[in-house]
Design a protein around this ligand. Structure first.
Ligand code: NAP
Length: 254
């Protein structure tokens, strides 16, 4: 896929990995449709992308877990640009906690249904809705392209992240399913599983906790957002990559 002029949709693009992916794709002169909960929060990304060389940037406020929002937003993007060639399902949240926590034989806490459901709604249902609706528009507009789901090293099962790990395993599987189902329409799908990357999410941890994590990574450092963005670029540009998950984690294994 030639990225120049391609229309790429990115969810959760106002900061962190989404913003880094947008800026990198901007240097390839893409046309970008940036989605986040709040359109104002996307203005800085839009300015940075235009400065980096994006041919066009539009911003859209949508909650990826709400079917109405997603259907309308993908329709609007298709109407605004007349094409969709790529989607990066990047928006994600965490609500960590042990499934059950006991002290001296007594139950002190548990992962609540709210904690479970909030993460399922955004990280799994959101990816399903955005992928389905983006693919619908791509097929209607006869656009070949690729959907990338952002999974995580936690998909292998991380203690304290029952909800998050389940969603990240789920979105990897969705990429495999879509690669098979959408190949007939010229649409590829793949996943990326980052390890610990230096975004706000990770940098807001206590420095001691961060250092402890970094020490367990064979590469002895956190990853940089641009290292995930480079992987996005590689997947989009290589038409034979489909149905697979690329781990970018400095060799860390959970
Ligand atoms: P981040 O800094 O927290 O950014 C996530 C973005 O998604 C935020 O802009 C957030 O908006 C937006 N968002 C949250 N819920 C949304 C919703 N319902 N609808 C639309 N947008 C929503 O996270 P990040 O570190 O860049 O991570 C990006 C992705 O990579 C996530 O899927 C995460 O699970 C995955 N990942 C990250 C790491 C890491 O080390 N950073 C590692 C593995 C995987 P608000 O700002 O308004 O909340």
């Amino acid at each position: 896929m030639d990225l120049k002029g391609s229309v790429i949709v990115i969810t959760g693009a106002s900061r962190g990995l989404g913003a880094a992916m947008a800026e990198r794709l901007a240097t390839k002169q893409c046309r970008l449709a940036l989605i986040d909960l709040d359109a104002d929060s996307l203005q800085a990304s839009k300015t940075a992308c235009l400065a980096a060389g994006a041919e066009r940037v539009e911003v859209y406020a949508a909650n990826v877990s709400k079917q109405d929002d997603v259907v309308k937003t993908m329709q609007k993007i298709a109407a605004d640009f007349g094409a969709i060639h790529g989607l990066i399902n990047n928006a994600g949240i965490t609500r960590d906690g042990l499934t059950l926590k006991y002290k001296d034989g007594a139950l002190v806490s548990e992962m609540t249904l709210d904690q479970w459901q909030a993460v399922i709604d955004v990280n799994l249902t959101g990816v399903f809705l955005c992928g389905r609706e983006a693919a619908k528009q791509m097929i209607a507009l006869d656009c070949r392209g690729c959907i990338i789901n952002i999974s995580s090293i936690s998909r292998h099962g991380n203690m304290g992240q029952a909800n998050y790990s389940a969603t990240k395993a789920g979105v990897q599987a969705l990429a495999v399913v879509w690669a098979k189902e959408f190949a007939r329409y010229g649409i590829r799908a793949a996943a990326i599983a980052p390890g610990f990357i230096a975004t706000e999410m990770v940098m807001s941890m206590k420095p001691e906790a961060r250092e402890k994590i970094a020490a367990t990574i064979p590469a002895k450092r956190l990853g940089e957002p641009n290292e995930i963005a480079k992987t996005v670029e590689f997947i989009f540009e290589n038409d034979y990559v489909s149905g697979r998950c690329i781990d970018v984690d400095g060799a860390l294994r959970l």
